[in-house]
Design a protein around this ligand. Structure first.
Ligand code: IPM
Ligand code: MG
Length: 361
């Protein structure tokens, strides 16, 4: 199989982690007889420095002309003073919207090797953590009008949250379809006791439920969900929610699995072109020090193989290689147990972790 992958190395630890994911992809290509070619795309802070724009048009075009896109992370202190529409994050939002990837899939599952890294009590972890957050990615408050004005000598800001039935329905379908492939439990998360968008959300989910009689649909208010994720995470199979709620809940969900550094994500729209990125940020404090955990990005590359290229066997192999390296006790700093638990573990840097995973393929 010949495929073109756009690489967005990005800012902070982005370049180091993407390098390791490419190492793994190259090993997959060599082993299974594929050929992957890469195009380099500037986005975020790197693009601001080079082009004065977080996502120049021709960079977006490079992504649209590729078979899929792999992204490290964007953003950093250096660009924080820029106005909202010039910030690195705006590049990411424009990329998501430009690619039309409305469905963001963020798995929260505990690797048994890392059970001790979870901040939750052991008896809660032992009940199992294995759920997916399906997050609407190109609508809601992220994409409504943002405005700051002066009124009677005071500064006033507003951000508009807007959803149409169609937008809710298409992500709702992904939620139901995802649940059908799993344990058939879907939890729709909203704030329908306060927000109109949430009341519409709930109505559309229940209408859709009639098409999926095998799926058990439940409703949960987002504040309660934040609590339930730490109290009883085993209850969840698939969570479907709007953009900002999904952003917040997915950070929480990642933490209970041990480290945000382990969690990949896929974002898809109507076709097979997808955007794959770890859910963590650019971690400028450890950038360039070979301390970052590349596993979230490597697992994102595995999702890319699976969902954009249909290469299930290859994706399974990458995930198994990660498991093997963890079995052997190799840990980056973020997943290294403290104290006694560290016995039998070996601390490795970003590069070595990537090398080990590629070698176990
Ligand atoms: C994420 C990130 C982004 C988001 C930021 C960087 C714009 O937090 O992917 O979760 O809020 O979507
Ligand atoms: Mg986030």
């Amino acid at each position: 199989m010949n495929k073109k992958i756009a690489l967005i190395r990005g800012d902070g630890i982005g370049p180091e982690i993407v390098e390791q994911a490419v190492r793994v992809l190259d090993r997959v290509a060599a082993k299974y007889g594929h050929s992957f070619s890469y195009s380099e795309v500037d986005m975020g802070g790197a693009a601001i420095d080079k082009w004065g724009d977080p996502l120049p048009e021709d960079m977006l075009r490079l992504c649209l002309e590729s078979d899929s896109v792999l992204l490290g992370a964007v953003g950093g202190e250096k660009w924080n003073q820029l106005p909202g529409d010039k910030r690195p994050e705006k590049g990411l939002l424009r990329l998501r919207a430009g690619m039309g990837v409305y469905s963001n899939n963020r798995p929260a599952r505990i690797w048994p090797q890392l059970a001790d890294a979870s901040p939750l009590r052991r008896e809660i972890v032992m009940q199992g953590i294995d759920f997916i957050i399906v997050r609407e990615l190109i609508g809601g408050i992220y994409f409504g009008e943002h405005r700051t004005t002066e009124e009677n000598g005071s500064t006033v800001s507003e951000d508009v949250m807007r959803y149409s039935e169609e937008e809710i329905e298409r992500i709702g379908r992904i939620g139901f379809e995802t649940a059908m492939k799993r344990r058939r439990k879907l939890c729709s998360v909203e704030k329908s006791n306060v927000l109109d968008t949430s009341r519409l959300w709930k109505k559309v989910m229940h209408r859709l439920a009639q098409e999926y009689p095998e799926v058990e649909l439940s409703d949960m208010l987002v504040d309660n969900c934040a609590m339930q994720i730490v109290k009883n995470p085993a209850q969840f199979d698939v969570i479907v929610t709007e953009n900002m709620f999904g952003d917040i809940l997915s950070d929480e969900a990642s933490m209970i699995t041990g480290s945000i550094g382990m969690i990949p994500s896929s974002s898809l729209g109507a076709g097979s072109l997808g955007l794959y990125e770890p859910i963590h940020g650019s971690a400028p404090d450890i950038a360039g020090q070979d301390k970052a955990n590349p596993i979230g990005t490597i697992l994102s590359a595995a999702m890319l193989l699976r969902y954009s290229f249909g290469l299930d066997k290859e994706a399974d192999a990458v995930e198994a290689a990660v498991g093997r390296v963890l079995d052997e006790g190799y840990r980056t700093l973020d997943i290294l147990p403290k104290g006694e638990g560290a016995e039998g573990c070996t601390l490795v840097g970003c590069k070595r972790m990537g090398e080990l995973i590629a070698n176990r393929l």
